[in-house]
Design a protein. Sequence first.
Length: 153
Amino acid sequence: MKKINSTDIDLGLEIALTVSAYRAAGQKTLKIHGLQDITREQIGILLILSLKDGLYQTQIANILGKDRPNITRMIDILETKGFIKREKDDSNRRILKVYLTSKGKEKVDFAKPLKERMSVAQYKGMSDEEILTLVSLLRKVRKNIEEEYDINL
């Protein structure tokens, strides 16, 4: 079996195209289900907070791979719409933590089945073993890049 030369396959391009398809499908799903009042990125913030409420804006930015000004703008919009609230951290009053409001939790409850549908679609035709292998390999790629470039996501 011939060894694959790392320059034969553009993994970055494959990942970028996959992320683009994922984003387009997410935005289309929101539009189909009447969620014009929120963007895919904003739903992403709410879904992250539904898993771990009380994150710092910087943590949310790192998870989503967005810069802080972008996240701040999205959080401002979500707060104005009443989906989230910001509270000062007890240990450092200069830092704000972000929490879901009851209205935000309702939006997450509505969006979760849509996310589950996306999960079913993305793994279609794959065995459990293939899914676990894919996730394991992507984590390994991310870890390699983080170590090589001293990045901590």
